[in-house]
Design a binder for this molecule. Structure first.
Ligand code: ADP
Ligand code: MG
Length: 691
């Protein structure tokens, strides 16, 4: 069976589409209630209560209560600790979903295998993927994530024959959302959405709190808001008074504090007057959406109310006055979202159902950008790729230029979600590393493509000359404060991968040095090893042998070092290892270094020098370490940087490798440019010139 689930902040609801009646039906919970509280209670004895039972405990103050955890979705710092375990919002949501599903299965005596879950339109990528994961953790298929206002519009419009533009006005407990939707014979097209996510029913409660507290202060000289428990009680009481005022013309509010008792009457008119500014704030959001879309009230046929706070009569009055349009008093205010999700699960999830010729087009609530440099190059900016209110799925490809002279072979792409030009005002959604492109330093152009999929989840790909490039996800670093600074000041932002290939001369002359070489190189590998550093090991003589391909596991290299012997690749030194090493390093993100350790004079020097030039062009640092008979002039030729040629003695070999280890960690010795930062993309000055 397929169901739709409204996974709400305060209450959740499950609905299914009933084919017999051709209508969405709510599946009641075990208590025969349509709404299940989104509350979890962890009892001290380890028992976990979910829903109605948990809500009862909440009132009684027993156990640890998790409520309103939807607000923490996608935010790893939001946790609830109970009985020694730490739960994220995603885990709590999964527990709640599991309960909703099992209750619904029991009630309907049918197994649920697929679900549609609703989310607020403003939910960002983190919050959406967290919701999908929470659903999957329950062992069901999450067919789709849909926006709550869209679901409400579907529930209202799926069986309407008319062609109408509907404004969905969703005023909940802590958020306000407005969405403009075109409904045409079951086809639902979202035109745009906007919201204010700190505006909601709680602000109306606060207005009553203020009314009461100010009078109390005037009367008795003390402010009940100064005492935290009294203040919280007052807030809860005022929410109830607010609800009473939707049905009556006045309420009398009584409050006790510091031995005094205050008694105040609030009329509906006073309440409406004192909260007018809040309604005006919702109007501002509507106007902003209109100006974004180039529409006016004249384009709206009807207004659809969603959310508990639209029960206040002032809302309907205000909207009728403002718009001159009919306000639909949806008796389903609490259930419309779940019903819309149920209809979606039946008709809008797979194009192959063929049951109805309908479709739904939604939009994205947030713009999506890429971290880029300002045209002047003096600061980082959010370069918007996909504007908010673009249809989803949608996809945009834009050319970006690597700064001329920058020879990097790695590009770091940071995906930003938000409207601001300032990166730190946006969410840093993801980071990917692009590799495998050619770069001659002439300002190469890379096309970056952003895609918003059906669920509003983001993907990044990259192309050069039409060919897809390798794109790997990397974790977003914890510290992103550098995005607020100047691009030039970046010297050591995120740790970037380092790759080191060790090439050891195994010709016959090395036989007396080998034990010391083995020890020194082993110590070097162990001291340098970390999760960002990969090593490769090459032995060479008259031939070149890869002893270990690139690995981040130092033990693998140490084991290989234990087994090195002279003469296995021939007795002389007719081969050059740099070409082989370079191929092991190609297409790897991060800094690259080849360390060549030798004690003799090579047979094919010109060939070796050519290989070294190729390495330099590929931004690979080559360090030549010579002992015994080695030729310092030749080592200088194959080294890509001045200080990279080191002639030493066997007993000082350890010191030499310490120098290399330091160079690796500080990014000196030619590793800096390629090791740190990769490329920061230039702003898209090339826009339009390319295609
Ligand atoms: P959310 O989706 O944000 O959880 P809801 O849509 O369930 O919120 O709405 C909750 C809000 O609706 C709360 O602020 C609550 O006080 C308010 N509310 C519920 N019933 C009424 C009512 N009869 N009159 C006024 N406000 C109400
Ligand atoms: Mg809601």
């Amino acid at each position: 069976m397929k169901v739709g689930i409204d996974l709400g902040t305060t209450y959740s609801t499950v609905a299914k589409y009933d084919k017999k009646t051709s209508r969405p039906e709510i599946i009641n919970n075990k208590f025969e209630k349509e709404l299940t509280p989104s509350v979890i209670c962890f009892l001290d004895n380890g028992e976990i209560l979910i829903g109605e039972d948990a809500k009862d405990m909440q009132a009684g103050g027993a156990g640890t209560i998790a409520a309103a955890f939807k607000r923490g979705m996608g935010d790893n710092s939001f946790t609830v600790e109970a009985n020694g375990k730490v739960y994220t919002a995603e885990e709590l949501s999964a527990m709640l979903l599991k309960k909703l599903i099992s209750d619904a299965e029991e009630k309907s005596r049918e197994k649920i295998d697929s679900v549609v879950i609703t989310v607020p339109a403003y939910f960002n990528d983190f919050q959406r993927t967290a919701t999908i994961r929470a659903g999957e953790a329950c062992g069901v298929k999450v067919m789709k994530i849909i926006n709550e206002p869209t679901a409400a519009a579907i529930s209202y419009g799926y069986n309407k024959e008319s062609n109408k533009t509907v404004l969905v006005y969703d005023l909940g407990g802590g958020t306000f959302d407005v969405t403009l939707v075109r409904v045409n014979k079951g086809n639902i097209q979202v035109l745009g959405t906007d919201g204010n996510h700190i505006l909601g029913g709680k602000d109306w409660d606060a207005a009553i709190v203020k009314f009461v507290a100010e009078q109390f202060l005037e009367e008795y000289g003390v402010d009940p808001r100064d005492d935290e428990p009294t203040k919280n009680e007052l807030i809860v009481a005022c929410e109830n008074y607010k609800k009473v005022l939707t049905k009556t013309d006045r309420v009398t509010i009584q409050i006790k504090y510091e031995g005094y008792t205050g008694k105040y009457t609030l009329t509906k008119e006073q309440f409406d007057m004192r909260t007018q500014f809040l309604l005006n704030a919702t109007k501002d959001v509507c106007m902003r959406l209109f100006s974004d879309l180039g529409t006016t009230w004249a384009d709206v046929d009807e207004i659809l109310l969603v959310g508990g706070s639209t029960r206040m009569p002032q809302v309907t009055k205000f909207l009728e006055m403002l718009s001159g349009k009919p306000v639909i008093d949806h008796s389903d205010t609490d259930l419309a979202v779940a019903k819309g999700a149920a209809i979606t699960s039946e008709f809008y999830c797979s194009s192959s159902t063929g049951v109805r010729d309908v479709q739904i087009t939604d939009v994205t609530a947030h713009s999506l950008g890429v971290l880029s440099k300002s045209p002047g190059g003096d600061r980082f900016i959010n370069e918007i790729m996909i504007k908010r209110n673009s249809k989803v799925p949608s996809s945009v490809r834009k050319p970006f230029k690597i700064e001329p002279g920058n020879l990097t072979n790695v590009i770091d792409v940071f995906t930003l979600q938000g409207e601001s030009k300032m990166p730190l005002d946006c969410y840093v959604l993801a980071r990917v590393v692009i590799t495998g492109f050619y770069n001659t330093g002439d300002g190469e152009v890379i096309d970056i493509e952003y895609t918003y999929d059906d669920n509003g989840v983001v993907k990044v790909s990259a192309f050069q000359g039409g060919e897809a490039l390798q794109v790997d996800a990397e974790p977003v670093p914890d510290d992103i404060s550098w995005m607020g600074g100047s691009p030039d000041s970046i010297s050591s932002s995120a740790p970037i991968a380092k790759n080191v290939v060790l090439c050891i001369d195994l010709s016959r002359s090395m036989r007396n040095s080998l034990d010391e070489v083995r020890n020194v190189v082993r110590d070097f590998v162990i001291s340098v090893a970390d999760e960002n550093t990969k090593f490769g090991l090459i032995g060479f003589g008259d031939k070149v042998g890869i002893m270990r391909d690139m690995t981040a596991d130092p033990n693998t290299i140490v084991t290989a070092l234990d087994g090195i012997k002279v003469n296995v690749y021939g007795r002389g030194t007719d081969a050059s290892p740099m070409g082989t090493a370079a191929s092991m390093l190609s297409n790897r993100p991060g800094g690259k270094m080849i360390v060549v350790l030798t004690d003799g004079i090579w047979g094919k020097r010109d060939f070796a020098v050519n290989e070294a030039v190729m390495c330099r062009n590929s931004k690979i640092a080559v360090v030549g370490v010579g002992i015994g008979e080695a030729d310092i002039g030749f080592l200088k030729q194959i080294s890509t940087v001045e200080e990279g040629a080191m002639f030493t003695t066997l007993d000082r070999l350890g010191e030499t490798f310490s120098t290399i280890a330091t160079a690796l960690s500080t990014g000196s010795m030619g590793m800096r440019e390629s090791a740190v930062g990769g490329a920061r993309l230039g702003s898209a000055q090339v826009k339009g010139r390319l295609r």
